[in-house]
Design a protein around this ligand. Structure first.
Ligand SMILES: [Zn+2]
Length: 202
């Protein structure tokens, strides 16, 4: 399922103000709040929007360094996953060329760098490390929205939802998605008791 104009308008509004309320987004986009709410939950459910987090201005984050590493090609995936879980590493880039991993490392002081590089040596060869002296710009690149697809799974059969307008059903704040009318009906029949209870509780 590809993003449509409604999705991209909502994303554009959120990119200019990530804290905008549904009503504010509605005002800016002329899209109704229930539609915005259902599209947002769809984009979050599919993992397209992972989280809403503050973007800080100038902030003392201690010492930042860029570290390039050379890791055996067969290990790149597993090593980069392990590195990505480390708190002191804020970005892990797999790169082509002389080095295959480039890391952004955040430490309390420059004195911590040597020790941390030794730790990294366990995963591969550290080729270079440079300390960042000032950050002029650092943003997530704007996604190419026309290329983005939403990968939603049917709540009944687990299959991919390919219809441009999925069949949905909402209980309280939770919206369920289905690939077809039959799956929706089957779900409602199978869980009718639970849905009744949820509705009573909501
Ligand atoms: Zn289905």
């Amino acid at each position: 399922m590809k993003l449509d104009k409604v999705d991209t308008a909502i994303i554009a509004a959120l990119r200019s103000d990530g804290r905008a309320s549904l009503r504010e987004i509605a005002r800016r986009t002329s899209i109704s709040t229930p539609t915005i709410s259902s599209r947002l939950s769809r984009m979050m459910k599919s993992g397209l929007i992972r989280n809403f987090v503050p973007v800080f201005g100038t902030l003392d984050v201690g010492t930042a360094a860029i570290v390039t590493m050379e890791v055996p090609v067969a290990d790149v995936a597993s090593v980069s996953e392990r590195l990505a879980r480390m708190d002191k590493i804020s970005s892990v880039l797999v790169t082509a060329g002389r080095y295959n991993l480039t890391l952004r490392v955040n430490l309390e002081s420059p004195a911590d760098l040597q020790g941390f590089l030794l730790e990294l040596e366990r995963y591969g060869r550290v080729r270079d490390s440079i300390v960042v002296t000032s950050i002029v710009k650092e943003e997530q690149p704007a996604p190419r929205l026309d290329e983005v697809a939403i990968n939603l799974k049917c709540n009944f059969c687990g299959g991919d939802i390919t219809a441009p307008r999925p069949y949905t059903f909402k209980v309280g704040p939770i919206r369920y998605y289905f690939c077809c009318r039959t799956c929706r009906r089957s779900y409602l029949e199978k869980y009718s008791e639970r849905i009744k209870r949820m509705k009573a509780g909501a």
